[in-house]
Design a protein around this ligand. Structure first.
Ligand SMILES: [Zn+2]
Ligand SMILES: [Zn+2]
Length: 352
């Protein structure tokens, strides 16, 4: 069997040289060749947080004008609310248990990232000038695949409370040396570097927080890898995800849920969110599709605090919108969960 990888690199100009984020290799449990390669791929972990600490330690706080002081007070209040909401929605999530055989955390020892650690790491945040997520369908899609992309674009809009614009589909043109035939599946594959550098970067809008391309073509990053699900570059604000491996003869509902999960997870990486190890969470690393299927469509309390902080959205209102989205798209159980979370956030603070 093949193996797959999601690769996200974080290149923050404030931190000097480009640093890769954890690279996610998704493998099938019965893949006989996956383990050694997975270990190789996962040896490079980012030291972004440490560098951010160092930079912060070197800088002296400047005198703040009155208006900035008011803004700082407001920000402090907002963070206190987000922290209090963490407790309120905790009961809806399972703590991360012992990993099953071939699960992500069986072989990858990651530290996780709380809300506080995220804030301390000086994460990339959408700005007024750059807050739109662009979604670009790349290549030919059948009606069903196009619908999945439309729905995913809508989900990203609600999930991150950011404007999302779906661009008109463009053909995916690639010739040697940017295409190859996969040795195992005999399918055509496109090199991700070609899509990111030659296709996406030249058309990146100035106001883009991210430009995400979807394709049904299978992807590969280099000759050492059999395939991957997607790749993104934060510094360049571009990413590409493939639907080719999502279908997997699964039913339509699961195809949609997998695509929603992968899009929301990868977009989270583009906003500096690291893998979650505290709960079974949308932002937890996943090693194979079965593990992806076990994960919730939603982010855990810690990761949700990060998402709400990114856009300053009201958390209960966001849950209500997510419930509406799920109901509209036939995800009834998920809709009910979001309604309950909205109610929990709106409830008076519980006594300890
Ligand atoms: Zn990931
Ligand atoms: Zn989480």
């Amino acid at each position: 069997m093949d193996r797959a990888m999601i690769y996200v690199s974080l290149n923050n100009p404030r931190l000097g040289k480009p640093r890769p984020l954890p690279q996610v290799v998704l493998t099938r449990p019965d893949d006989p060749i996956s383990r050694p390669l997975r270990q190789v791929v996962l040896t490079r972990l980012a030291t972004i947080a440490l560098l951010a600490f160092a930079l912060l330690a070197c800088s002296k706080p400047a005198e703040k004008p009155a208006s900035n002081m008011a803004a700082a007070r407001e920000a402090k209040k907002e963070r206190a609310e987000l922290r209090s909401n963490i407790k309120k929605i905790e009961p809806f999530f399972k703590p991360m248990g012992k990993p099953l055989s071939n699960d992500w955390l069986e072989t990858h020892h990651e530290p996780g990232q709380t809300f506080e650690e995220y804030l301390d790491a000086d994460p990339v945040k959408p700005t007024k000038e750059r807050q739109k997520i662009y979604v670009l369908p790349l290549g030919k899609f059948n009606a069903n695949q196009q619908k999945i992309i439309d729905v995913t674009a809508e989900y990203l809009k609600v999930f991150y409370d950011l404007p999302v614009e779906e661009l008109t589909a463009k053909p995916l043109v690639a010739v040697h040396p940017n295409v190859r035939q996969n040795k195992l599946t005999k399918t055509r594959q496109i090199k991700t570097g070609h899509i990111l550098n030659d296709i996406l970067k030249p058309q990146l809008p100035n106001d883009a927080a991210a430009l995400i391309a979807f394709t049904v073509d299978d992807l590969y990053p280099n000759e050492t890898m059999s395939y991957l699900f997607g790749q993104a570059s934060l510094e360049e604000r571009v990413g590409v995800w493939s639907l080719a491996r999502m279908d997997d003869n699964t039913d339509q509902r699961n195809f949609l849920i997998r695509t929603l999960k992968i899009a929301a997870h990868e977009t989270g990486h583009m906003f500096s969110m690291r893998h979650c190890t505290k709960y079974e969470c949308l932002m937890s690393g996943t090693n194979h599709l079965q593990e992806t299927d076990r994960r919730p469509i939603d982010a855990c309390p810690e990761c949700t605090a990060k998402i709400c902080w990114l856009s300053d959205v009201d958390q209960a209102e966001r849950y209500k919108k997510l419930a509406d989205f799920c109901r509209k798209n036939g995800l009834v159980k998920e809709a009910d969960e979001f309604v309950k979370k909205a109610a929990a956030v709106n409830a008076e603070a519980r006594t300890k």
